[in-house]
Write a protein that binds this ligand. Sequence first.
Ligand code: SF4
Length: 503
Amino acid sequence: MTIGIWILGDRLTTKQLTLQNNQDRKQQTPVILIESSNYVRQRPYHRQKLVLVWSAMRHFAAELKADNWQVSYEISADFATPLQAWIRQNQITELQITSPCDRPFFKLIQNLDLNCAITFLADNHFLWSKDEFITWSKSRKRLLMEDFYREGRKRFNILMDGKKPIGGKWNYDKDNRQPPKQNLQTPEPLTFKADAITQEVIDWVKQEKFSDYGKIEPFNWGVTRQQAQAVLAHFVQECLPNFGTYQDAMITGEYTMWHGLISPYLNLGLLEPIEVIDAVETAYYQQELPLNCVEGFIRQVMGWREYMHGIYYHQPEGYSQSNWFEHHHPLPEFFWDASKTEMNCLRQTLTQIEDTAYGHHIQRLMVLSNFALISGISPQEIENWFHSAFIDAYDWVMQTNVIGMGQFADGGVLASKPYAASANYINKMSDYCSGCQYNKSDRTGDKACPFNFFYWDFLIRHRDRLHSLGRMNLVLSHLKRMSDTEAQEISFLAAKWWKEQKT
Ligand code: SF4
């Protein structure tokens, strides 16, 4: 029997079971990595995403080779052709693969016509396995993230004082919502120069025109585990002490502020979630960092990331087609070209994403996703855009984040109310409105901010549905004070905006 290992592009870690289990016979174990151009042509991925994944794969393959694994690296239109040839050549009888996170990719593998047995080994790149999450979910009436997060803190003994949370509270989110101040001194992100391998991938992506979305250079991302570890160390040293306080703030031209830029590496397997959590917890004890900063970050990794992964498997496959509000507008053209919108918050955020393939969580949730929700864009169209545009996006993370959290299209499986907001929120948490041609205070009239008339139109259109959620009743009560004339004008402006849109 000959075992062969197929390393997937988002599992670039020697800790995966396929490699761990065959460590003793690595010189006799064929390993393959494959770049498939057909696969990436499925959607217009940001070009930096393609460079990141393929360069990281090529670097990882070189590291495995240097460690005496028998590595083949194939660049092909499809996956099947190089796999079949490699299986034949090496007389492989069993193909071992780390169970893919993304359901569509899992199906793709199951449908491959390969002349050997396929064994999926458990993915150990999350703190909670799929089965552990399902077991936890069975004991709950509602799958609240906060409950899951607390369970994780206890289970892995993170920021705990015996059975109680350190500091006496589980969650310091209220301390992490400071609006931006003038002249904040933000740290420089750690960036990397493209080496020969990365430059080769950049040239390849340009030449083959896999996508024309996003700037490809400057490409500043790390592509190896060593670089990912350096990003983690930089975050802990330079950003963590202030991470929490201005976590939700947005400032023109400030792309990263105190954010970690760690998610692309976590999602590729270049960093392990537990090592990230341990590094942050250790810094808390050794450097006496503010608890709101440390807890806020650990909640992102131990809470949200794990929870989103668990929910993705917990929900049936049809989850991706959820559309509770029955929103069907197509994605406006400006999502692919920021210069085509005059809404400054969207223009700044979309320009930043074109430049870097990155935006932080509030830009994602309260600018982009919020706009899609209140204006009535199809949840599937906006999810596809998020999946294409962001450097850290995969099916497992975007379905739940965008369909569930951002669009409330699942009717409340993972959020208790929609994240819908008017210009009021954006103005409070950013400096975008001061540079905008729209008036942040107007919901009707020539200069009315689209976030305002869409927000109120959203409440008007979905009044009955939103009443059923309970938590929206206070907000809905404001509708009673709105005259019929104003409500009609708001609906007219929303309809007119869509008529004028290019999609
Ligand atoms: Fe965005 Fe409206 Fe503010 Fe302009 S005024 S930046 S469109 S929220």
